[in-house]
Design a protein around this ligand. Structure first.
Ligand SMILES: NC(=O)c1ccc[n+]([C@@H]2O[C@H](COP(=O)([O-])OP(=O)(O)OC[C@H]3O[C@@H](n4cnc5c(N)ncnc54)[C@H](OP(=O)(O)O)[C@@H]3O)[C@@H](O)[C@H]2O)c1
Ligand SMILES: *[C@@H]1O[C@H](CO)[C@@H](O)[C@H](O)[C@H]1NC(C)=O
Length: 352
């Protein structure tokens, strides 16, 4: 009974003699059903995911404090900057696109009533730009309380080299931040207690056969998603090793994953399969950008994170580092030493 009415609605009741066509129609209905169920699951996931997203409980005022945020012209960095401004901090948006960043600064000033929001030029993919930015900060700022290393790109189709000969994703996400963190360390120590927050990703755990002697993929092995995951693993290892170097200095450093957030990063990434799939699914399954910024805010301001260092956070809580690489102190040291060589860190640039 049910079956025949099914066929009626399909308009195939007269095709008794054509089992092939009938089979196809049934298959299409089944496929439609599967797609519908998947859609419900995906949308449902998004709803639950946003419900359970971690929110910082921090009420700390940031008046009198200076915060630098790299990649504050969009996404998670922009919303973290807005929150810092709302708390009264002097906020320095460290950005590569000055036109775009000026618009964001004006918007943050208007929405928070804090006029102490400024833009400084920084292209994390260029070592010269990082050195110029740091020199400017050291010459003009009297203090630095929080440094948020957040700028990032999501992986490129091809292995592209920067003007320094570094692989572009690694340079943007890791090497530039490695150098910047080092150059500003003296000022952070002078202003301790102070904090460094590194935006990584739980995709740091998706990397296998990691070779710290091939950080720029000069010996091959480049892949768009691979370069991204490797750069995020380097973010975790950077924070881990730096926390050891900074023991007892009053400067804490932690890395975190903001979770899945539908930001511009997916539009700006390569067209590889994972990226395309992510780009589409992220629209339904992601946190809001404000939610994505919560762990930065928590690490930058909360009293309960003031003395935690060398950890990896998700949803405003300490989280288990997913990969064995990410928990490996010896590996963290090797990557640190390789990075020092690669960025050409000079003796006078070492402040640890
Ligand atoms: N969205 C997610 O689901 C997700 C998940 C895990 C981790 N993350 C991490 O979160 C961080 C922020 O990403 P988002 O999602 O907020 O992406 P986004 O909206 O694309 O923002 C990225 C920011 O980084 C800046 N940036 C990129 N390359 C730069 C360079 N060479 N020099 C200076 N700034 C540069 C961008 O500047 P422009 O505005 O000029 O492009 C932008 O301000 C990244 O480190 C990313 O890896 C994101
Ligand atoms: C910089 O930002 C402006 C405003 O958002 C945009 O129109 C322009 O294309 C951007 N420039 C680059 C080089 O991305």
């Amino acid at each position: 009974m049910l079956r025949s009415s099914w066929y009626n609605t399909l308009g195939v009741k007269d095709q008794k003699n054509s089992p092939g066509k009938m089979g196809l129609s049934v298959l299409l209905w089944w496929l439609g059903g599967v797609v519908a169920v998947l859609a419900v699951l995906i949308v449902g996931f998004g709803i639950v995911y946003r419900r359970i997203a971690g929110v910082s409980s921090s009420k700390t005022s940031m008046k009198g404090k200076t915060v630098i945020i790299t990649g504050a012209s969009a996404g998670i960095g922009m919303e973290a900057a807005r929150d810092m401004a709302r708390r009264g901090a002097r906020v320095i948006l460290a950005c590569r696109n000055l036109t775009k960043a000026a618009g964001v600064a004006a918007d943050i000033q208007t929405s928070t009533g804090n006029s102490d929001v400024v833009v400084r030029e920084l292209d994390t993919s260029s070592l010269a730009s990082v050195r110029a930015f740091a020199a400017n900060v050291l010459a003009t700022e009297s203090r630095l309380d929080v440094l948020v290393l957040n700028a990032g790109i999501g992986g490129l189709d091809e292995r592209q080299l920067t003007s320094d000969g570094l692989e572009m994703t690694m340079a943007t996400n890791h090497f530039g931040h490695f150098l910047l963190g080092n150059l500003l360390l003296g000022l952070l120590k002078k202003c301790s207690p102070s904090r460094i927050v590194v935006t990584s990703s739980d995709s740091h755990g998706h990397i296998s056969d990691f070779n710290p002697k091939n950080l720029n993929f000069e010996k091959g092995g480049f892949g768009p998603y691979r370069s991204y995951c490797q750069s995020k693993l380097c973010n975790v290892l950077f924070a881990r090793h730096l926390s050891h170097l900074l023991a007892d200095t009053g400067v804490v450093v932690n890395s975190h994953c903001p979770g899945l957030v539908a930001t511009e990063i997916f539009q700006k990434s390569g067209g590889f399969l994972v990226g395309k799939l992510f780009r589409f699914l992220a629209l339904f399954m992601s946190k809001t950008v404000e939610q994505g910024a919560q762990t930065i805010i928590h690490l930058a301001t909360a009293p309960e994170t003031a003395t935690i260092s060398g950890k990896f956070f998700m949803d405003c809580k300490v989280s288990q580092v997913e990969s064995t690489y990410g928990r490996d102190n010896a590996l963290a040291k090797i990557v640190w030493e390789e990075s020092e060589q690669i960025v050409g860190l000079k003796p006078e640039e070492k402040h640890y």
